[in-house]
Design a protein around this ligand. Structure first.
Ligand code: HEC
Length: 195
């Protein structure tokens, strides 16, 4: 019984000293007073912090789009130049669509090849939603890049589209209604901005 009382007494001392330590630490922290006196300040600071995190994520997503765009367009041009300018052979467009699908399945980004001519090889490449239609409209009036932040399944995403032109004569052998330099379509990307 006596041991129990001593134990209880010791535990109370430990709890008491821990609580008073915490109180001293909080009270001596100057931001504690700032918060009481100016409740707007920390909220503003949190807001700024949130914005800076969002901008950082957005910058990183834009950089990812630039990197992917260079990668995809480089291999589309290389495949066309080195292997495929015969309409009967698997074109770079079809191959890149398979790569987009594989990247999506592996949980990376979503990408789509879009038509801007109104007469696509494959109707699957017609713009499907508002973003894709607006992107193609912007490209037809001369833009080479179009972006928006949109919620997809409740999460913010950067949606970006870059124009695709007949950058080499090889493109014309399969897209004969067009001439060198014409706008043929776009690649559209969706990059998540939240986990
Ligand atoms: C070997 C023939 C061939 C060559 C060469 C070729 N394409 Fe295509 N292109 C196609 C086919 C076929 C499709 C449809 C692919 C699909 O959706 O499966 C297509 C689709 C596209 C699309 C999507 C719109 C649509 O018509 O469906 C764009 C944009 C495009 N190609 C751009 C290019 C560019 C740029 C080049 C040159 C770098 C090029 N293509 C060279 C055959 C070719």
């Amino acid at each position: 019984m006596a041991m129990k009382i001593i134990k209880l007494f010791l535990i109370s001392i430990v709890i008491f000293s821990l609580t008073s330590l915490t109180i001293t630490a909080t009270a001596s922290d100057p931001s504690y007073y700032d918060f009481k006196e100016q409740p707007q300040k920390p909220l503003q600071a949190l807001d700024d912090l949130y914005k800076s995190i969002l901008y950082e994520t957005l910058d990183r997503a834009r950089e990812t789009v630039r990197m992917l765009d260079d990668l995809y367009k480089t291999f589309i041009v290389l495949i066309t130049a080195e292997y495929v300018d015969d309409p009967s052979i698997l074109p770079a467009a079809t191959l890149s669509k398979r790569v987009f699908e594989a990247m999506n399945k592996k949980g990376w980004h979503k990408a789509r090849l879009l038509d801007a001519t109104g007469t696509p090889f494959n109707p699957d490449n017609n713009p499907r939603d508002k973003f894709e239609r607006e992107a193609i409209k912007a490209m037809l009036s001369g833009s080479t890049y179009f972006e928006k932040i949109e919620k997809i399944e409740g999460k913010d995403h950067l949606r970006a589209a870059t124009s695709v032109h007949a950058v080499m004569q090889g493109c014309i052998s399969c897209h004969p209604d067009r001439k060198f330099g014409d706008l043929l379509g776009a690649i559209s990307y969706s990059i998540p901005l939240e986990d």
